[in-house]
Design a protein around this ligand. Structure first.
Ligand SMILES: Cc1cc2nc3c(=O)[nH]c(=O)nc-3n(C[C@H](O)[C@H](O)[C@H](O)COP(=O)(O)O)c2cc1C
Length: 338
C-alpha cells in the first residue's frame, strides 16, 4: 500500500513524491463532493490521468458506498475518497465501509480528523485534510495527516470563510515539506499553473467538475453553474438552517445566489425562528432539491462557476487543465533573463 518515502539524500520535491506514490499522470484531483462526485466522476478523472475522488456525505448508506466505490475502482487506476470529520465523530462506519474497497488516499475534513486518520493509516492509504485557516493548517501538519489541502474561501460547497486560496497556500508552503494541494477558485489551466508554479503538489477542483457530464448533479444544477458568473455566489448558512442540517457553525457553504438566499441570507435569526415555528420552509426547500429547482435549492458552487461550463466530460476537463504545462513554459520564457 502507498507510503510517502522519507527524505533521502537526493531531495525529491513533494509534488513528485505524491505523484509517484499515488500514481497519476496529471496533478489534477476532482474534489470530493457529496452529491456530485460519485463513482462515475472519480473513475473518469482517474482514467483521464488525474486522481478521482468520491465524495461521501452525511447520510450515505452502505449500499451507496459499496456501489459507487466499486465504480470508482473500475477504472483500474488509483482513486480516493473524502469524508466529513464531524460526521465520522458520531459514526466511523462510512469510513470503514469505503476502506474495504481499497482507496489509496482518504481526505478527512471539517473537524478533528484523529480517530478517522488512524483508521486510514491502518489500511495503508494516505491521509489528507482540507484546511481553511492557520489553526487548521497547524493541525494538519501533525503526523497523522500526510497531505495538506489548502482550501480558500472562494471555493464551492462547505468550508470556512476566512482566508483565500493564495495566502493559505503561501503560508503552508513556507511551513512544511509535506505535499500541499491547492483548492478553491481553480478552474482553468492558468489557475492550475499559478498554484503549481508556486509549489503546490496538485490542484483540487470542485465546481468545474460538478458541472461535468459524469457528475451526479442534476442537469438543472449543472446548467445553473455553467450560466453563473464569478460574482454570482454567496457564502451562507441559510441553506443548512432551512434544511435543519447540523453542520458546525464555522462551516457555512458557498453556493449560487438565488431567490432563497436573497430572501434569507441577511437574516439568519428570522430564518431560524421561521424554521423552528413550522415545517413549511424546510418542506419547500426539500421539494426544491428533489425537483432540482436552482431558484430555491442550494446549488453549491464557488467563484470558479464563472469559469466553468456545463456538458464537458471529465476527460475534456482534465485535458484542458493539463495545458498548465504550456502556461508555465510560456511564463518561464517570458521572464527569462536575456
Ligand atoms: C457541489 C459541491 C459539494 C461539495 N461537497 C464536499 C464534500 O462532501 N466533502 C468535502 O470535503 N468537500 C466538499 N466540497 C468542497 C470541495 O472539496 C472543494 O473544497 C471545493 O469545491 C474547491 O473549490 P472550487 O469549487 O472552487 O473548485 C464540495 C464542493 C462542491 C462545489
Amino acid at each position: 500500500m502507498p507510503e510517502l518515502p522519507e527524505n533521502t539524500a537526493v531531495s525529491i520535491h513533494p509534488a513528485k513524491k505524491l505523484q509517484q506514490v499515488l500514481g497519476y499522470a496529471e496533478p489534477i484531483f476532482n474534489a470530493s463532493m457529496a452529491g456530485a462526485a460519485g463513482g462515475a466522476l472519480a473513475a473518469a478523472v482517474s482514467a483521464a490521468g488525474g486522481f478521482g475522488m468520491l465524495g461521501i456525505g452525511g447520510n450515505t448508506t452502505k449500499e451507496w458506498i459499496d456501489g459507487e466505490a466499486a465504480i470508482a475502482a473500475s477504472s483500474g487506476r488509483p482513486w480516493g475518497a473524502g469524508l466529513m470529520a464531524w460526521v465520522l465523530d458520531k459514526n466511523l462506519d462510512p469510513l470503514e465501509q469505503v476502506l474495504e474497497h481499497g482507496p489509496s488516499f482518504v481526505c478527512i475534513s471539517f473537524g478533528e480528523p484523529g480517530p478517522a486518520a488512524a483508521l486510514v493509516h491502518e489500511s495503508g492509504a494516505l491521509t489528507g485534510m482540507q484546511v481553511g485557516n492557520a489553526a487548521e493548517l497547524s493541525r494538519a501538519l501533525e503526523d497523522d495527516i500526510d497531505v495538506v489541502i489548502c482550501r480558500g474561501n472562494e471555493g464551492g460547497g462547505h468550508g470556512r470563510n476566512e482566508v483565500s486560496t493564495l495566502p493559505l497556500l503561501q503560508l503552508a508552503l513556507e511551513k512544511t515539506n509535506k505535499p500541499v494541494i491547492a483548492a478553491g477558485g481553480l478552474a482553468t489551466s492558468a489557475g492550475v499553473a499559478a498554484v503549481l508554479g508556486a509549489g503546490a503538489s496538485a490542484a483540487w477542483i470542485g465546481t468545474r467538475f460538478a458541472a461535468a457530464t459524469e457528475s451526479m448533479s442534476h442537469r438543472n444544477i449543472k446548467d445553473a453553474i455553467g450560466a453563473a458568473g464569478i460574482d454570482d455566489t454567496i457564502y451562507t448558512r441559510a441553506f443548512d438552517i432551512a434544511q435543519r442540517i447540523d453542520w458546525p457553525v464555522e462551516y457555512g457553504g458557498r453556493a449560487l445566489r438565488n431567490d432563497f438566499s436573497d430572501n434569507w441570507a441577511e437574516d439568519l435569526e428570522a430564518l431560524g425562528a421561521t424554521v423552528d415555528a413550522s415545517d413549511a420552509l424546510t418542506d419547500s426547500i426539500n421539494e426544491a432539491r428533489a425537483k432540482a429547482d436552482p431558484s430555491l435549492a442550494p446549488v453549491y458552487a464557488g467563484q470558479s462557476a464563472g469559469l466553468s461550463a456545463a456538458g464537458q466530460s471529465a476527460a475534456e476537463i482534465v485535458a484542458d487543465l493539463a495545458r498548465f504545462r504550456s502556461v508555465l513554459q510560456q511564463a518561464a520564457q517570458r521572464w527569462e533573463f536575456a
